[in-house]
Design a protein around this ligand. Structure first.
Ligand code: CA
Length: 519
């Protein structure tokens, strides 16, 4: 491959080296630029002389200021870039550049499991929710037996999993922030891929009692005039109940409890559903400087297709959009939605301040080796995943997506926490972009892994589902790979194609976000 860099916008004064091995000092480009030192893959090179204190521009935006004079052809390392202040939340433009309603995209469908609550599953999983970590190993013991002794008889059921977590007791259950883990776990228990109806294993003495996890008022599907989808008692069992004598009888009881649900789940069949029934969560992790040029814009293009098809798309990761919030508030459909977005930014600013941290705590050593100087550069690339449509809703941590179109669902940025929170919001398909690579996966919903660079896709040929690195080398366009991703989503949601993490069974533990006190 001949020497090649990618400049995102004409006004940028830095560009990204895309040659997989990096480039040595003295390399000359067609543009006339030559490198005065070696620059690693996905790292930045100065296109012009940048004087000390002058802005460094990427994505047409300021990612920082030069710490000293940076001659053209220099590797723009992290220590040459002074981070700018976060955009003030006080003077943002609200709903000033709302994109026009998109042209509908019709005729795209997938095969899914329709639930009684109206949601649609992309998998048909038996899920055993837990109210407290104390019962999790017992549930896991029962699940190992269910998997070998029961599941083979129910061939329409994909898997059996526990909805377990570190929460439930030893916590200040009445503290205001406790509402976040409680509602998150309650939503996980009712996930569309578990049939939308919970099966709960409780201990008995824990703080998070079953009726606290699943308030009766939320269990009745009154809006559709249907009878209550759940009578609480038959779907909850307690290990401390007196009729259970010894560990063996607990395991037997869980298995009987599970078998009743297996019978119901096994009777279900996939039916043709419009693409509008997808609830897609997009996320990035292990990003590099190419993520914002290849994988994230590809996901953004596919997100636009989903919105046009009437689906729900959510993007998240507060600390990764905080520094790009000035690009999002003008795109909000109304001023109120923009204010909701600002409310979520402010809540997280305060949360970080309580821990004496700030947004600079986000970038990892791997991000930096991958050429990302700071959170500002990471955010500008990250926000590309949201596409170009109007932002039509904002929800808080652990709330459920409530509308079609583009939603910002507040979550932390850490991969397995964000993934868990997006599941709680009702995500039935997950798109995950990566530049450094991660084998991260989720049991509850398929995770389509998109690489930002071809070197990763080739090295991890049995972990990466789609290579967007072809865009950097000019082999494919964002539109082409975006359409490939859209079609892949419909195949995966239909069970016609299996993602690599499901092939290998790479399923991270659920990690609901708990900002509240532990006692
Ligand atoms: Ca992440």
């Amino acid at each position: 491959m001949k020497p090649h860099y990618v400049q995102v916008r004409p006004e940028d004064n830095v560009a990204i080296i895309v040659n997989p091995e990096g480039l040595p000092a003295g390399t000359a480009f067609d543009s006339g630029l030559s490198l005065n030192e070696a620059v690693p893959h996905a790292n930045k090179v100065a296109l012009l002389d940048i004087s000390s204190g002058q802005p460094i521009r990427r994505y047409g935006a300021v990612i920082g200021y030069a710490e000293r004079d940076i001659p053209a052809g220099t590797w723009v390392r992290e220590d040459l870039v002074r981070m700018p202040e976060a955009p003030s939340l006080e003077s943002l433009a609200l709903a000033t550049e709302v994109p026009a309603p998109p042209e509908p995209l019709e005729g795209y469908t997938f095969e899914g499991f329709r639930n009684r609550d109206g949601s649609v599953g992309t998998k048909n999983i038996l899920g055993l929710a837990t109210t407290v970590q104390c019962v999790a190993p017992t549930v896991e013991h029962a699940i190992a037996r269910i998997r070998t002794e029961l599941l083979p008889r129910y061939s329409n059921v994909d898997d059996v999993i526990s909805v377990s977590h570190a929460y439930g007791c030893g916590v200040a259950i009445d503290a205001p922030d406790a509402a976040i883990p409680i509602r998150s776990i309650g939503r996980l228990a009712r996930h569309p891929n578990l049939g939308g109806e919970p099966l709960v294993v409780s201990l008995g003495c824990e703080k998070m009692q079953p009726d606290r996890l699943l308030p009766q008022s939320q269990l009745v599907n009154a809006s559709k005039g249907l009878p209550p989808v759940l009578e609480l008692q038959p779907y909850v069992m307690r290990l401390q109940d007196e009729e259970l004598r010894g560990f063996g009888s607990m395991v037997e009881a869980i298995m009987r409890f599970a078998e009743r649900r297996l019978t119901e789940l096994d009777a279900r069949r996939r039916v043709t559903c419009p693409a509008a029934d997808l609830v897609v969560g997009v996320q990035c992790g292990g990003s590099d400087a190419l993520s914002g040029v290849t994988a994230n814009p590809t996901v953004g293009f596919a997100a636009d297709l989903l919105v046009r098809a009437g689906a729900s798309v959510m993007f998240s990761e507060v600390t990764e959009i905080r520094d790009a919030v000035h690009l999002l508030t003008p795109r909000c459909a109304t001023e109120d939605i923009a204010r909701d977005l600002i409310r979520e930014m402010r809540w997280y600013d305060d949360y970080l301040a309580r821990g004496k941290a700030d947004r600079s705590a986000n970038t990892t050593p791997g991000n930096k080796r991958g050429g990302l100087a700071n959170i500002v550069e990471k955010a500008l690339g990250s926000v590309a995943k949201s596409g170009t449509m109007a932002l039509t809703d904002v929800i808080s941590h652990g709330e459920k997506v409530r509308s079609k179109g583009l939603t910002f669902a507040a979550t932390p940025a850490g991969d397995f926490v964000c993934g868990t929170q997006q599941l709680a919001a009702g995500m039935n398909l997950h798109i995950f972009t990566t530049g450094r690579g991660t084998p991260y996966g989720l049991a509850m919903a398929p995770v389509i892994k998109v690489s930002s660079n071809t070197a990763l896709a080739e090295r991890w040929y049995d972990l990466i589902d789609l290579d967007a690195g072809r865009i950097a080398s000019g082999e494919a366009t964002i539109e082409q790979v975006g359409w490939e991703l859209f079609r892949l989503m419909l195949d995966v949601a239909s069970g016609r194609k299996k993602v690599w993490t499901d092939h290998w069974g790479l399923h991270n533990a659920l990690s609901p976000f708990n900002p509240g006190p532990v006692t």
